[in-house]
Design a protein around this ligand. Sequence first.
Ligand SMILES: [Zn+2]
Length: 387
Amino acid sequence: MGYRAYKYRLYPNARQEKDLLNMFVVARHYYNMCLDLWKYTYLTAKRRPTSQQFEVMRKDYKKTIPAAKNVHSHVFQGLAKRSEEAFQGFFRRVKAGEKAGYPRYKIADRFHSIEFQQFGTGVSIEGRRVRISGVGRVRARWHRLMEGTAKTAEIIHKAGQWFVVIICEVQDKPELLKTGQAIGLDLGIASLLTTSDGDKVDHPKFYRKSQRKLRILNRALVRKKKGGKNHCKAKRRLQRHHNHVQNQRLDYAHKLSFTLVKHYDLIALEQLKVKNMVRNKYLSKSILDAGWSTFTTLLTNKAVDAGRQVMFVNPAYTSKTCSSCGALFEDLTLADRWVECRCGLSLDRDHNAARNILNQALRLWDAEVRQNVAGSRDASVPQKPCL
Ligand SMILES: [Zn+2]
C-alpha cells in the first residue's frame, strides 16, 4: 500500500470565498495561540502542553469568537498538531546544534493551508462538488480520476487560487517489465543532464526566460502605494507568475523522470550536496533553476513504484577519471570541456563523467542482477528513448 495526493482546483463563489477566508483567519489566529501555549507552558511548567490544554483552549476560543463557531473541530486539531511539529523540529535542531529558527507567528502571507485529519467529516465529495464544513458545496475541476480510498484532505489558498488536496491510500501498481537497460546521468550546469550514451538534455531555463516578465511585474509592484488595492493586485500578479514558473519546473521534472524510469532498470546518479553548491554564488542561480533536488526526488519515488533501481554513487573523481582505462586526469580544470586519454579515449567531459557514474553503479550492483542486464542487453538495444 502507498499514498498518493490528488490536487484539484476549487472555484468558490463570492459567499463561499468569504467564508473560506474567514476560516483561514480563524485558523491562523488559533495557530498563533497554539504557539503561545507552547511558550507559556514551557516557561512556567518546563513541559510540553497536554492535549487537554489544547482542547480547553479550543472550546474557549469557539465560545468567545463568533467567527470560529462554524469552523470544524478537526481544523483546530490539525493546527495544534502543526504547532507541535514546529516546536519538536525546533528542539531537534537546537539539540543537533543546527541553526534553529524559533517557530514564528504566521502572518496572512505565510499561511496557506488548513488540514482535515479525516476525509468524509470536514471535507467530502458530494456529486460533482466538494463539501467543506462551514462553507458549503464548492465547485471543483476534476481534471483527473481519483484512485484508492481517501484518507485526509487539505484546503490550500495560494496566490488567490483555491485547491483541495486529497490523500488517498492506493494499491501498489504492478512493476514495469524489465528492459535490460542501465544508464548513468551526470547532472550539470551547461546542460541539465548528460547520459552515459552521450545524449544531452538542455536546461529548460524557465526561470531565466521569465525573468524579464518578473522584472516588469516587480517594478509595477514597487510603484504602487503600499496597503492600496492596486498594490494588492500587483502582488497577486507577481505571485501567480512565480507559481507558474514553479509549475512549469515541476511538470518538466515529472515528464523527464518518467521517461527515464520507463526505459531503464538501473539509473545511476552522483550523490550531490545541493545545499553546499548553492552557496557558490556564481553557480547558484543555474543550480536552483535546474531544480535538481526536485528531479532526483521524483525520480527515486517513481523508480520505487515501478520496481526500478536508482543508485547514488560517490561523486569523487567521476570527472577526473578516464572511463575506459581508469587513468586519472590530474590537471583537469572546470574550464576543460573535453577529455583525451592516452588509451585513445576522446570524449565530452560530462559524457565521460556519466560513463564513470554508470560503471561505479554497475560495480556496486548485485552480481547476479548485473549479469541479467549484460545478458539481455544485446537483445533489446534498439529501443532508445528520445529525451
Ligand atoms: Zn584512458
